[in-house]
Design a protein around this ligand. Sequence first.
Ligand SMILES: NC(=O)c1ccc[n+]([C@@H]2O[C@H](COP(=O)([O-])OP(=O)(O)OC[C@H]3O[C@@H](n4cnc5c(N)ncnc54)[C@H](OP(=O)(O)O)[C@@H]3O)[C@@H](O)[C@H]2O)c1
Length: 299
Amino acid sequence: MRAVRFTETGPSSVLHVDDDVPEPHAGPGRIRIAVVAAGVNAWDWKVRSGLAGIPVTAPRIPGGDAAGVVDEVGDGVTGVAVGDEVFGVAASGATAQHAVLAHWAVKPSALSFATAAGLPTPAETAVRALDLLGVAAGRTLVIGGASGGVGLTAAQIARERGVHVIGTASPSRHDLLRRLGITPVAYGDGLAARVRPLAPDGVDRALDAAGHGVVPDLIALTGDAAHVVSIADFSAHGARTTDGGEGRSWDALAEVAALIEAGRLEVPVASEFPMAEAGAAHDLSESGHAGGRVVIVVG
Ligand SMILES: NC(=O)c1ccc[n+]([C@@H]2O[C@H](COP(=O)([O-])OP(=O)(O)OC[C@H]3O[C@@H](n4cnc5c(N)ncnc54)[C@H](OP(=O)(O)O)[C@@H]3O)[C@@H](O)[C@H]2O)c1
């Protein structure tokens, strides 16, 4: 099968397309899909660049998120059949003609494969972080990086749960946040002072979905480090962090897809790249300002 691979960590130029890669097969409890699109996440370029500290000792296919058509069903799997359209998280690399999924949900027919490929990591991470925060209806939540893949998903789920959401983003994305019912604010120095007038009753919880040193401001705003969760800054500052090691929220895949299908949530795709331009896809994600999900179309 064709797959994007890399054999050593480094810049995006280490990614190349191989035409003769052995196909993976679905073991027990798993399914295999003919991949139509693979989503690019920060983790993908962090592993590829070496930043994640994961040694690469053999050719490796990047990517975890994928959408496609089921073509093998492993022993013990029920509720899904060959030919079904699904999206989920790959146990093998996702940027390939076939990928074995460990977790998946049915893709609503109204969702494109590109949109579905962009969902798994943002959806799972957003729900996991919000559940950890335990923010209740009627309360105010500040999100650092509300225009990002995880942040924008979390902001809209929180809004659906009746939460008032204030979110940081670059100015070019403030209109999008406003349209989605999220109060935008610029990130950077002086954040706490900019947020206070927007939250006259105070800030109850805060989520750092972008990093860049925002956690101390979020602790100042909530008044309690226990009311702040970061997915991107593990230096902590006393705030709680989550990397999924403590448990995953896989039901989020179906929950978020249903919200999109119902027109209640948007996860915009910024750009679609062919496999041969996987490096450019990684570079756009790594820019930190992709303006939506980055997707590699597999063909
Ligand atoms: N712990 C976990 O389980 C987990 C899971 C998924 C992701 N993550 C991590 O979470 C982070 C976000 O992931 P993502 O996929 O949502 O990324 P993304 O889509 O690239 O979003 C990046 C966000 O950061 C904002 N940003 C960029 N530069 C900034 C700066 N200097 N100051 C403040 N905000 C800035 C962007 O705002 P503008 O675009 O408006 O400029 C955007 O909202 C990454 O570090 C990723 O590794 C962690």
